[in-house]
Design a binder for this molecule. Structure first.
Ligand SMILES: [Zn+2]
Ligand SMILES: [Zn+2]
Length: 410
């Protein structure tokens, strides 16, 4: 019995040794493979980044970037003059009327833009359209008329063709309601922004936010924006009401509102700010605006704001979140959620007449990092669209990210 047991032990010992040699060999082999492989796509040292623009020379403008007029077939009671007059009445500074281009075979120039009502002496009107294709919807924004027909014509072509035409047209292209029905089925490499807040119904945007974070985390500096996607206005008389008229009191111009910090009160400056990301989104035009800044050298003076991109130094950075606006509830509590690289980082509460919070973190040198914030708190009433506050709930606003080490040439 003893002999047999020893033989068995010997066999097990030999087997273990062979197995260990095999495993060690495999590990050494893979380590060797890792050591010798260098990805040609590995990040290289970043060149100089453009200087940060002034934090004070500019103006905050609020606007609507997705609304349909009577030139969209499924719209009702929503003439262009009705949209503009309403915008003026609630202090909206800029509007993009984004009618469906497929309803006019791409000829936006002879429809929405040629409408005699398409003019305003106070509201900045962007030249815009909703590129409405089998693979998804996107808004085109421009400060001047452009040949939208060309974008319409390539809608079913490969992305490489679409991207080239978009570039030639010099437009800002933005992915609309990117998940769900009419999801955005094109490459995000050819868009400048993404609609992360579509309509007053806030909870349905969860997937859009997830896509945004994925694009940001993979190095794409992509602005998040809002858009009501409202199609229906108030009828001039009760007999003009449609089955969709009820939507007017729940979702209309400004639900949500997109704010831009523009260098001037011009359509071009609005689009530039949108491209650069000095942008936040709030539930309506009266909701306190969320501003997000960073103090890089901790001298108490803010050096950059949302949308800006700098190299990290390895030193701690002080971030500041503040709310601005007349509708702040002084005894209300506002909850700031900080998202770092797509993950929840921390939650801070603030209150008072001018709510401000600061937090400190050290972005890793030579690696991409981004921070963005969302604000929840007591809903701000929007009497002109009375049911909208109930649909957006406690969600008040979101900032665009503050970026570190994002490659502008990516
Ligand atoms: Zn759409
Ligand atoms: Zn739309």
């Amino acid at each position: 019995m003893i002999f047999r047991n020893n033989k068995k032990a010997l066999c097990i010992g030999i087997f273990r040794t062979v197995l260990m040699l095999f495993v060690t060999g495999c590990v050494a082999g893979s380590a060797l493979a890792q050591e010798t492989h260098v990805s040609p796509w590995a990040p290289t040292t970043l060149g100089p980044l453009p200087p940060i623009a002034s934090l004070s020379k500019g103006v905050w403008l609020k606007g609507e970037l997705h609304v349909h007029s009577r030139h969209s077939k499924e719209s009702s009671n929503n003439s262009i003059s009705k949209i503009i007059n309403f915008s003026k009445s609630v202090g909206v500074d800029f509007v993009a009327i984004t009618d469906h281009d497929n309803h006019v075979n791409g000829d936006v120039a002879h429809n929405t833009w040629a409408d005699p009502e398409f003019k305003s002496d106070s509201v900045l009107l962007l030249y815009a359209a909703e590129w409405t294709t089998t693979r998804g919807h996107g808004n085109a924004f421009s400060a001047t008329p452009y040949d939208h027909q060309r974008l319409y014509d390539v809608r079913d072509q490969r992305d490489v063709v679409v991207g080239a035409v978009k570039k030639q047209l010099g437009i800002h292209l933005s992915a609309n309601h990117p998940s769900g029905k009419d999801h955005f089925g094109y490459s995000y490499d050819m868009v400048n922004s993404i609609e992360v807040w579509n309509s007053a119904v806030w909870p349905k945007n969860a997937n859009a936010i997830m896509i945004w974070d994925d694009m940001l985390s993979s190095g794409r500096k992509l602005t998040g924006r809002g858009g009501s996607d409202a199609h229906h206005g108030a009828p001039d008389s009760p007999d003009k009401a449609t089955k969709n008229t009820y939507q007017r009191n729940a979702n209309y111009v400004g639900t949500p509102t997109t704010w831009v910090f523009a260098t001037a009160r011009t359509t071009q400056a609005v689009i530039d700010a949108l491209t650069n990301g000095r942008v936040c989104v709030t539930s309506n035009p009266y909701t306190p605006r969320v501003e997000f800044y960073a103090d890089l050298d901790q001298d108490g003076k803010m050096d950059m704001m949302m949308g800006d991109n700098v190299k990290s130094t390895g030193k701690p950075v002080k971030f500041r979140v503040q709310l601005t606006g007349k509708s702040i509830v002084p005894d209300g509590t506002y909850t700031i959620s900080i998202i770092k690289d797509g993950n929840p980082y921390s939650t801070i509460q603030m209150s008072g007449k001018t709510p401000v919070v600061e937090f400190t973190d050290t972005p890793v040198p030579n690696e991409r990092t981004y921070y963005r914030v969302t604000v929840e708190g007591p809903p701000t009433a929007y009497p002109q669209v009375p049911q909208s506050a109930g649909l957006s709930g406690n969600m008040l606003g979101l900032s665009n990210p503050i970026y570190f080490n994002f490659d502008p040439n990516f």
